[in-house]
Design a protein around this ligand. Structure first.
Ligand SMILES: [Zn+2]
Length: 455
């Protein structure tokens, strides 16, 4: 291993603070290989976590402190799923429609809009709980979720928040406002977003909120206005599907007598903290505008393959990875990202590490963190321990190749959120998986039966 041992160590003055506080919540991750993905850096050092932050990296650590042996493991900042749908978690294995969907609209109408209509309060909660458990075991500390349950809107974001609390994850939550089920449910969606924004403002939740909506093709002009007003009033970003395929643009021109760019402007999506999911058909000039305003694109290459909509070709800052409800597994998405962009020969595969880090930057912005999510003193102790020995040497120069070809969620041994283990030795700390799985299967069976009623 070359370089950087020192670069991932602090000057180590913080240990005195650690010792003097005598506070609970001190743990040393001892003996691991530290890795940051963008820019790629590696080094051998112990990490001292105090309460919810990293208190020391490297230096001398007293033997008396409680420690967890991470020898032979990689320690890296935990992953953030920049766009997902926890409500889709119980869809794995669901009977498909009689006719195989071809277009995105087929997938939406025949599968996803039948699924979300079938969700009741209990199914919202169970889907979120199972999804949060999967995310944690895949090394995620935070999910940026866009939720839809048109027949169980009110309180749905509280149910998701409570499921995340149960597992120990953080969420950036929003409800998927849409006109596709009529004005009453459109208003219900706006109300649910406002209700949760109020909770965030009142600090009665530890999660964060964005103003959520489905996609421009299902949003009337007055709904665009309502969403923008909400984002303005709460100084919040928006979370929407944007130009996932060409339908948003065709709809803008043919149905609305407008243009995609004019409708995006009317929505006011280009603002700090916004998340535009997919963006496959977003004009690059708009992507630049969004990113410059402090917004993000969440690219979802596996979902884009599943729906046959193409590949988002933008690179650079604030392009993060979303899993779009598939499995909440950022490493799986990263591998697909690297392979799809290698296939496209667009030189973006080399930015795979930057995609993962952009998700962490999105969470840091949402939670108003002042220290970047790096392995450094003062950063949030959201960490993942990968039991990845690797059959070949790792170094900063080949780290991304290990990420794309080697690392999988199967290597995740421990996940720590704000200094607390939520996964330890591959097991959920706060949830009994032996109870969760039968509950999940029973809920899935009930959900699938209900879905049949809406297809
Ligand atoms: Zn989505």
């Amino acid at each position: 291993m070359k370089s950087s041992e020192s670069t991932l160590r602090s000057a180590a003055p913080a240990i005195d603070d650690v010792l003097s506080s005598r506070a609970a919540g001190i743990v040393v991750l001892a003996g691991g290989t530290l890795a940051e993905l963008h820019p790629a850096r590696m080094g051998q050092a112990d990490i001292v976590v105090k309460n919810d932050v990293i208190a020391q990296v490297g230096g001398t650590v007293p033997e008396s402190l409680p420690r967890v042996d991470v020898t032979g493991c990689i320690v890296t900042p935990a992953f953030v799923v920049a766009h997902t749908h926890l409500y889709m978690t119980l869809a794995a294995g669901m009977p498909p429609p009689a006719t195989p969907p071809r277009t995105l609209t087929d997938h939406l109408q025949w599968v996803w809009w039948a699924l979300d209509k079938a969700l009741d309060d209990d199914l919202v909660q169970t889907s979120a709980l199972v999804g949060a458990a999967m995310a944690a075991k895949a090394g995620a500390c935070c999910v940026v979720d866009l939720h839809s349950s048109p027949r169980a809107i009110e309180g749905s974001l509280d149910r998701i928040a409570s499921a995340l609390d149960e597992v120990g994850l953080r969420g950036v939550l929003s409800y998927e406002t849409s006109d596709r089920d009529g004005k009453g449910r459109r208003d219900g969606g706006l109300r649910e977003n406002r209700r949760f924004l109020d909770k965030v403002r009142a600090k009665t939740t530890r999660h964060r909120a964005l103003v959520g909506a489905h996609a421009l093709m299902t949003l009337n002009d007055d709904t665009l206005d309502g969403l923008r007003e909400l984002a303005d009033a709460y100084d919040a970003g928006l979370h929407v599907h944007a130009a996932e395929d060409g339908t948003d643009e065709v709809d803008a021109i043919k149905t609305r007598k407008s243009t995609l760019l004019a409708r995006l402007d009317r929505l006011g999506l280009a603002r700090r903290g916004s998340v535009a999911a997919h963006g496959v058909h977003l004009p690059s000039v708009y992507v630049d505008q969004l990113v410059q305003a402090g917004g993000f694109v969440a690219t979802c290459p596996r979902s884009n393959m599943a729906h046959g909509v193409g590949l988002f070709g933008g690179g650079g800052a604030r392009i993060a990875l979303g899993t779009d409800g598939l499995d909440h597994d950022v490493l799986a998405e990263a591998r697909a990202y690297a392979l799809r962009h290698a296939e496209a020969r667009d030189n973006l595969a080399r930015e795979t590490g930057a995609r993962i880090v952009a998700g962490q930057e999105l969470a840091a912005m949402a939670f108003e963190e002042t220290v970047p999510r790096k392995l450094q003193v003062g950063a949030r102790a959201d960490l993942v321990v990968l039991e990845y020995a690797g059959a070949t040497p790792s170094s900063p120069s080949n780290l991304l190749d290990h990420v794309a070809r080697g690392w999988t969620s199967g290597h995740v041994r421990d996940t720590m959120v704000a200094g607390q283990f939520v996964v330890r030795d591959r097991k959920l700390v706060n949830v009994d998986e032996r109870e969760l799985l039968p509950r999940a299967r029973a809920a899935a069976g009930r959900l699938w039966e209900r879905v049949q009623g809406y297809t």
